[in-house]
Design a protein around this ligand. Structure first.
Ligand SMILES: [Zn+2]
Length: 161
């Protein structure tokens, strides 16, 4: 099986092609190999709820590669670099005190590294896997996500190599 088989139905590939409502505010950052975007609202996925955990970013290779083990060396460098830069933006722009990174991928076989910020004041019992369950967590609809995405994008676009 080649890495691009199955890409026609793949949610991540579709998001990269269509952008629009699947990518509120547009890309946070992108290069030839990788795209960084904000997670969509539950509503955009056809589920209940209009608000998403603010700052939940996704780092994905453009190519339909299932997991970290399937990346080329160049893709791996880019995924790693953007994971760091996007985390820095979450810290410096959004005020995150910590950024969790995870690859789960049980539902969608296209690598997506999930970056989830933890904000100051998050009670200890909500750290890590429950960080998005905290009732007082910052959440936003598509318009509020877009505002944050534009700030993160501007920060990353202005960085010096
Ligand atoms: Zn895909």
């Amino acid at each position: 099986m080649t890495a691009n088989e199955g890409s026609a139905e793949c949610f991540v590939c579709r998001k990269h092609r269509d952008r629009g409502s699947l990518m509120p505010g547009g890309p946070v950052a992108e290069d030839d190999l990788v795209l960084v975007s904000h997670a969509v609202t539950p509503e955009a996925l056809g589920r209940e709820g209009t608000r998403a955990y603010l700052g939940h970013l996704i780092v994905e290779p453009r190519r339909h590669a299932p997991g970290l083990a399937d990346l080329t060396d160049m893709e791996a460098r880019s995924v790693g670099l953007w994971s760091t830069l996007a985390s820095r933006a979450l810290r410096d722009v959004a005020g995150a005190e910590h950024v969790y990174a995870a690859v789960i991928g049980d539902a969608v076989p296209h690598l997506h590294v999930q970056l989830t910020p933890r904000f100051p004041g998050t009670p200890r019992e909500y750290w890590w896997t429950r960080v998005k369950d905290w009732p007082d967590a910052r959440r936003g609809d598509a318009a509020e996500i877009a505002v944050l995405v534009r700030k993160l994008h501007a920060y990353l676009a202005a960085r010096k190599d």
